[in-house]
Ligand binder design. Sequence first.
Ligand SMILES: [Zn+2]
Length: 371
Amino acid sequence: MRTMNLPLPGHAPGLQAALTVHRFGEAGARPRAYVQGALHADEIPGMLAAHHLRGRLERLEAEGRIRGEVVLVPFANPLGLSQRVLGGMVGRFDLADGANFNRHYPDLVETVAAAVAGRLTDDETRNRDVIRTALKDAVAASDATTPAEHLKRTLLSLAIDADIVLDLHCDSEAAMHLYTLTPQAEDFAPLAALLGCQAVLLATESGDEPFDEACSTPWLRLRERFPDKPIPLACLATTVELRGQADVSHELAAADAEALVAFLTLRGVIEGPAPTIPPARCEPTPLAGSEPLFAPLAGMVVFHRGVGERVAAGDMIAEIVCPETGAVAPVTTRSDGVLFARSASRFAHPGKRLGKIAGKDPTRAGKLLSP
Ligand SMILES: [Zn+2]
């Protein structure tokens, strides 16, 4: 294991953060997997899974079983980790400007398209290499001024030319689930099964440029841009939601790390016998069919259904109880599907998102992710 500390500019003179990066296997070996934990900082399941994964990778490396290369960033957001307000951590948004740490990664497609135009041939492998180099150059040339922008650019520079990107998050309270691009559903089906995902949410573009899509969608869009040239989807990327924020234990993290190792073995990053893939616990559903539930008024939240439960249209998922008037408002779903996430807060202001149901029918358009 080789460890690097990449300095990031601080918010003020005398303050400097750094990103810790572990690398396993021979530099430049393929396939390369990039794994990061806790991009939203206070999402500890991914950080602990990364800790367990590190131990496993160190042992595998000692046994000479890292065939490709693994780049592991165990805590992807040192800026968010340092954000505290009155004793509570704020990891999802940059306190400086409210920006979500997992949104608005640079769109590299125009720059890369201009750089590779006229250089693509009928050789898919060569095109892949030309595009990878152009992507790396485009990240390096992208603008970064604020510490958060420097963080985003540094993370993207580590991941942009990987074959596989696993971005380990968690939800508030949740069943295991993952997000990926529709054309990559087959590739990630074994990972979803190994992790025991109860929802797999697919989109060709979810809006607002999250990290995983910043890595994967350029390939999809360059394919559309140059339809007569063979271009592979050379970066498989997913956002994995390792249950809820409080689902932190060595047992869960060790099992999650084992599932990641099995997937990396299946993909040839790690040497070993092909893992047994358990039966899938769910069918993929469109992200556009994921129904957010909203609180109709302010009040106490009393859930009637638990995460991972299958629900039917019309079911009451929660009640909002107004402590002032005693009014009780039911919160019902319009979808048949799995209640894959709930808010951990038991008080809601009007319009608060209370939960999400993975429905089969696309009912939404535009920006599909939570703010
Ligand atoms: Zn997250």
